[in-house]
Write a protein that binds this ligand. Structure first.
Ligand code: CA
Ligand code: ZN
Length: 290
């Protein structure tokens, strides 16, 4: 099985030639650096000392044979294997309560792979690894730190093992890149980071003829539309409109019925509120039609 090594990274989606090509239906591993590019190694390392041009390395880009603009990629997340250490460097201004952070501190987070737990002081948190950044090449280059219609820095909790990430294809081959693994992260990513870690992910990718405007994630339980915008209100409106459109197409119903279904069975939510654009989501259970 192919392994895409993490010596091949991008920091801008849509600005680089592919480093590898995979076939429709192929399984492969992608090795990922952490979002700080390994610059945090101990509690002595500070966020403000980092070279910020190195942040958010994403491995790739990977061309998918046969993917053409107007198609989409269906990327099955078969496995996420984080390393045994994660990093959480705080500094004043970071996250939604940044004004309350008075000094820079770095926490190195032990990740117990066997017990599937993360240790934070007295607290034991379940290990639930997710992919923070996964995207295709947009029409115009976008830094890997910014989420958008191509995916990118979505920091969406549901992008875990077992999920399928559907992304639009804007250029031949799609040009997929992946990075920013989190050993755990809640909705919102409120302090500005998850348990940032390196590791590797096993993916299987398919080319789909379905045209897509923006990312959709499919879990065992839900379809989830995802949108990023300057404000939560805007992002949620876009994700809601995408879900209504998806309901109409999937179930062949009119707008009013889809809109009512959205309201009574769909759940609006927050992916992250800490990146250059914020990301909202709408989840709809998959098993409603009888
Ligand atoms: Ca991120
Ligand atoms: Zn991250």
């Amino acid at each position: 099985m192919k392994i895409i090594p993490s010596d091949q990274v991008i920091r801008v989606f849509g600005a680089c030639d592919p480093v590898e090509m995979v076939q429709d239906g192929e399984e492969f591993w992608v090795e990922c650096r952490d979002c700080y590019d390994g610059q945090i190694k101990s509690t002595k390392d500070r966020r403000s000392q980092m070279d910020t041009t190195r942040l958010m390395p994403c491995t790739g880009p990977i061309a998918v044979d046969g993917a053409m603009p107007g198609n989409s990629l269906r990327i099955e997340v078969l496995a996420i294997e984080p390393s045994d250490r994660g990093f959480m460097p705080l500094k004043p201004g970071l996250g939604i309560l940044g004004t309350q952070v008075t000094e820079e501190t770095t926490y190195v987070v032990p990740i117990d792979i066997q017990r599937r737990t993360i240790r934070l002081g007295r607290f034991s948190i379940p290990l639930k690894p997710l992919i923070g950044a996964i995207g295709t090449a947009p029409r115009k280059p976008v830094p890997t730190s910014v989420p958008g219609d191509h995916g990118g820095n979505l920091d969406t909790r549901e992008i875990q093992e077992g999920a399928t990430v559907c992304l639009p294809v804007f250029v031949p081959g799609g040009l997929l890149a992946v990075g920013d693994l989190h050993a755990a992260q809640g909705d919102g990513e409120l302090c500005g980071q998850g348990v940032e870690t390196s590791g590797r992910v096993k993916l299987r990718v398919h080319v789909s003829p379905e045209p897509l405007l923006r990312p959709r994630v499919e879990t065992q339980e839900n379809w989830i539309t995802i949108a990023s915008a300057p404000t939560l209100q805007e992002a949620l409106s876009i994700a809601a409109a995408d879900m209504v459109e998806f309901i109409r197409r999937t179930y062949q119903v009119g707008f009013d019925e889809a809109y009512r279904l959205l309201s009574i069975a769909g759940n609006g939510g927050i992916s992250q509120v800490v990146n250059a654009l914020v990301t909202a989501k709408v989840a709809l259970p998959r098993n409603l039609a009888r």
